[in-house]
Structures are given as structure tokens and as C-alpha cells.
Design a protein around this ligand. Structure first.
Ligand code: HEC
Length: 162
């Protein structure tokens, strides 16, 4: 093969690579577009709860809470736009409470069985206590539910900002 032929072959190979990269970019764009479209609609599709280990507050948060409260807890999850009440910024709960993280309040709100005015169940937030009880294999499920809600509370405490 002469020098030009070799160069041409390289060019073709590179051209093919560019094409592949372009196709990938289109796919990613379409995917992103679908997500954006879905987020602009005002409905939330309820899907069966995914099983996530009770010991990790972080992964329970990512799977159960981030859709509304955002990955960073700021309240900007993809479902937030579809809610009547904007999900609160969970990183400022300590600051709003004179610097002390309100453990008991957060635990009760997540559990969802209180009469507090901000209790989720009455409004937009799911009743996690009942959902965790239903999905638990333990009989009775109380210890499991408590562990999940405590670990979620501890995780929310860990993402506080000043
Ligand atoms: C479907 C959306 C949605 C999901 C999912 C959700 N929340 Fe909420 N959350 C809300 C909304 C909306 C509020 C505002 C008050 C209300 O509706 O009761 C709220 C309020 C809260 C509050 C009270 C904050 C305050 O200012 O007192 C806490 C704490 C909280 N959520 C934690 C969580 C945790 C932890 C999870 C996951 C286990 C979760 N949320 C999942 C929508 C959601």
C-alpha cells in the first residue's frame, strides 16, 4: 500500500469513528429530550417501589426521594414541576431551625403518620412508613420500617448546608 492509500485508509477509519460518535450523540440527545418532555408534562407515573437495602440512607434517598427533592436535596428533582407544592430544600432544615437539625420532625414527616401540617401524605409526598411496611418481608415490619426511616433521617442530616 502506498503512502496516500495508507493515509486514505486512516481517514476512512476516522470518518467512521466520527460517524459512530455522531450517532451516539444523537441517541443521548433523544434520551435527554424524552426526559425533558416527560418532566414538562404535569403527571407523575407511579411505579412499583424498587427494593433498596435498608442500611443505606444514601441509596434509599437516591431511589425514593431524589425524583422530587433532587439528587442534591435542593428540591429540583424531575418530578418537582408536576407537584402542586414545591418540594422543600432539604439541605437547609438545620439552618431554618436555628442551626439544629430537627431529627424528630424529619423522622415524623418521612414516616407520614403525623398530624403535622407538613405531613406528606395529606399533600404530595408519599407515606413512606406505610410503603416500607407493605414492602417489608419482616413480620411485624416495625423494626425494618424504623431502620429505614432513621437511616433516611440520618442521610438528610448529613447533607445540611449553612
Ligand atoms: C412525590 C414527591 C416527593 C417524594 C418522592 C418525596 N418527597 Fe419529601 N416532600 C415533598 C413535598 C411536596 C414536600 C412539601 C410538604 C408536603 O407536601 O407535605 C415534602 C417535604 C419533605 C420534608 C419536610 C421538610 C420541611 O421543611 O419540614 C422532608 C424531611 C422530606 N420531604 C423528606 C423526604 C424523603 C427523605 C423522601 C424519600 C424517602 C421524600 N421526601 C420523598 C415531595 C416528595
Amino acid at each position: 500500500m502506498n503512502k496516500n492509500g495508507f493515509a486514505k485508509q486512516n481517514f476512512d477509519k476516522e470518518g467512521f469513528m466520527n460517524l459512530r460518535r455522531m450517532l451516539c450523540a444523537v441517541c443521548v440527545f433523544q434520551l435527554a429530550f424524552t426526559v425533558v418532555c416527560a418532566a414538562q408534562e404535569t403527571t407523575i407515573k407511579k411505579v412499583p417501589m424498587k427494593h433498596v437495602a435498608a442500611y443505606s440512607g444514601e441509596s434509599m434517598y437516591a431511589n425514593y426521594c431524589a425524583v422530587c427533592h433532587g439528587n442534591n436535596g435542593k428540591g429540583n428533582g424531575p418530578a418537582a414541576k408536576a407537584l402542586k407544592i414545591v418540594p422543600p430544600d432539604l439541605t437547609r432544615l438545620a439552618k431554618q431551625n436555628n442551626g439544629k437539625f430537627p431529627d424528630a420532625h424529619v423522622y415524623t414527616v418521612i414516616r407520614g403518620d403525623s398530624n403535622e401540617p407538613t405531613a406528606h401524605g395529606a399533600k404530595d409526598m408519599p407515606l413512606w412508613g406505610a410503603l416500607f411496611a407493605e414492602s417489608s418481608a419482616a413480620i411485624p415490619p416495625d423494626v425494618d420500617v424504623h431502620q429505614r426511616i432513621s437511616n433516611l433521617t440520618r442521610y438528610v442530616a448529613s447533607i445540611q448546608k449553612n
